[in-house]
Design a protein around this ligand. Structure first.
Ligand code: GDD
Ligand code: MN
Length: 377
């Protein structure tokens, strides 16, 4: 498949050479990095027919404008500007599906990934030595010096969980730097979660060991411009993905996150009830009601930050969303109690009736929240 490529910046698409590599770069507020990355790609990929697709989620800093300007001057650059959507995994998936080379790489825009590894990764795919090549920080020769201790620890812990629960035998399944054969990606794409940020882990887990994988070492550099978008919520995000894959995708990642938030609400409820009764000496009914309101509020906030982070409500919409959420949950509570009663009526087993009611409640709340609170635009 290798074509004879003319060297120089115009190599590739014009002389009838077939495109070999698409580089997909998700961006959010990276305006100061994209031009530098493009120049680095140009240098690293001399002699290869390549294109780069930036997938920008309508960055407030106007990253998409900078990319557009680049694209006007150089046909190898393309820009996908997504509006009303957020999320790293979804951006990568759309970018790969919009690309056309037989091999697609994903890398960050912030110059933390080592673009000089790309030719090596490409030749591993083109020689059929691999279907997936991972840039790994945790194989011999790789490193992540720019990580602080806490983040390095969290990363190692997540890798361990992925290994044990999902049987993913990879040193760095959290890497955001990899290259894959497009035919293999297209097969797996329908089962991937667009939510969250662990696209590589998702790919590997979804492929069930059927993807011939090679890891090559690289050093994860330091971010010079702009800031990281991954906050502490990604830990829960990760847990949700592991659970979704563990259950064979019978439930969606979003539903699992919603249910996990619901579980945290139960703890908040009991805590508030306890404080109401013991600290404030309130009667049981008042304490119980306070527990419900506080739990609904923390559930709303967590769901807005985590479960629906890609559709996060802001400003005044938060207020309306919160009121709608209270309403949805109140009806959900009726449904919960109703179902629990009728199960108990048939079969007086308290935990079975309670669990059935709770399940009904969370399914109802989830379905109705999607319709009335975090509506897809
Ligand atoms: N389109 C889009 N939408 N891009 C996003 C979004 C989003 O919601 N969030 C982040 N990005 C882009 C960033 O602009 C950057 O190019 C890339 O995705 C990685 O985001 P960073 O915020 O720089 O992530 P990081 O450096 O903290 O994390 C890196 O290391 C992790 C390993 O611990 C990434 O490579 C992660 O993918 C990786 O898991
Ligand atoms: Mn980064």
């Amino acid at each position: 498949m290798n074509q004879a490529i003319r060297p120089g910046s115009e190599a590739g698409r014009q002389g009838g050479d077939l495109l070999q590599l698409s580089v997909v770069v998700p961006t959010f507020n990276e305006r100061d990095n994209v031009t530098a990355l493009f120049r680095k790609l140009e240098a690293a990929l001399a002699g290869i027919a390549w294109e780069v697709i930036f997938v920008d989620d309508n960055s407030p800093d106007g990253t998409w404008q900078v990319v557009r300007d680049l694209a006007r001057k150089d046909g190898r650059v393309r820009c996908i500007r997504r509006v009303g959507r957020r999320g790293l995994s979804g951006a990568c998936i759309e970018g790969i599906l919009a690309s056309s080379a037989p091999c697609a790489a994903v890398m960050d825009a912030d110059l933390q990934h080592d673009e000089t590894q790309l030719p090596k990764m490409l030749s591993l795919l083109e020689s059929a030595a691999a279907e997936l090549v991972i840039g790994s920080r945790y194989v011999e020769g790789g490193s992540a010096d720019s990580f602080d201790r806490a983040r390095a620890g969290a990363s190692a812990f997540a890798t361990e969980i992925a290994n044990r629960v999902l049987g993913v035998r990879i040193a760095d399944p959290m890497s955001g730097f990899f290259m894959i054969r497009r035919d293999r990606f297209e097969q797996l794409a329908p089962q991937l979660s667009t939510q969250g940020f662990k696209i590589l882990l998702d790919l590997v887990a979804t492929a069930h060991g059927e993807l011939k994988t090679v890891e090559i070492p690289y050093s994860f550099g330091a971010r010079v411009r702009g800031e990281s978008k991954l906050d502490s919520m990604v830990a829960l995000d990760f847990l949700g993905l592991v659970l979704a894959k563990f259950t064979g995708d019978v439930v969606s990642l979003r539903f699992l996150l919603f249910a996990m938030v619901g579980g945290s609400g139960l703890l908040v409820h009991l805590g508030t009830l306890f404080v109401g009764l013991t600290v404030f000496d309130l009667p049981f009914a008042e304490s119980q009601a306070a527990g419900a309101v506080v739990a609904m509020t923390t559930n709303f906030i967590l769901n807005n930050f985590l479960t629906y982070r890609d559709q996060r409500l802001k400003g005044l919409s938060i207020l309306w969303g919160m009121l709608a959420f209270y309403l949805v949950c109140s009806v959900g509570l009726l449904a919960n109690v109703g179902v629990a009663f009728s199960v108990y009526d048939q079969e007086p087993i308290w935990w079975l009736a309670g669990a059935a009611g709770a399940l009904m409640g969370v399914v109802w709340n989830y379905a109705m929240s999607g319709l009335f609170v975090w509506r897809k635009r």
